[in-house]
Design a protein around this ligand. Sequence first.
Ligand code: NAD
Length: 264
Amino acid sequence: MHSRMLAGRTALVTGSTSGIGLGIARALAAAGANIAINGFGDRVEIDALGVELSRNYDVSVQYVGADMSQPDAIALMMRELTATLGPVDILVNNAGIQHVAPIETFPRSRWDTILAINLSAAFHTTQAVFADMKARRWGRIINIASAHGLVASPFKSAYVAAKHGLIGLTKVAALEGAEAGITANAVCPGYVWTPLVEKQIPGQARSHNMTEAEVIRNVLLVNQPTKRFATVEEVGALVTFLCSDQAQSITGAALPVDGGWTAH
Ligand code: NAD
């Protein structure tokens, strides 16, 4: 793989103002792709991020702020993006949220929103890019699922259902795109060190009466045999590899980046 192998390609990474999505956006920009950033956050910080990426990696960067729970907003975003950065060559469906509660009390509105963002949004973006990718005979669709797309944990009904569904959608896209040079894969991280995870640790330490190191080892990483978090750089590197020509036979796969969690 040469260092600017994605020069001239356009990548949309949903939920890329933070965490894993931001790590993926950086990795794809470093490989030369023009980047559409999406997600919530402070507009000044997001604009500064865009300037940083375009200066550091000499790529075009555009912010598209659609709320991924809203199909109409997604459709508008996809049209705007094609008109400005050009057709999307690399689609990374990464935006996602979580809610933890037992089934009996799981709020119906949280179920609907999680399904909308973590699953349906990936269908809407895929539908918007698919015909163009087929016509240009090249495309990469990478869905950021989770170890929870492969196995379940209690109290995460909506998240686990959405992530299992996302792997199903990935397989269908792989089959429908196979003869047109499109690959579709799911990446399934275990616990990844992101601001979202980092912020939970002091509170968990208080409620479990543990040190922060004990919370990391005995609560968060209890199912992750390596006893370390995956990093956003590791996920970004895999996504970049999946965009390479060497990865053109990898399609329809659900690839764990979980330190052995799903080997249990
Ligand atoms: P994060 O909270 O740091 O980032 C989530 C991103 O999604 C942010 O940019 C946020 O603004 C955006 N987002 C949320 N709701 C949105 C909406 N309605 N419309 C547009 N953007 C929205 O989380 P993260 O840890 O980086 O997680 C990213 C993805 O990775 C998620 O799909 C998550 O399920 C998955 N994942 C994370 C972990 C982990 O340990 N962190 C493990 C497995 C899978």
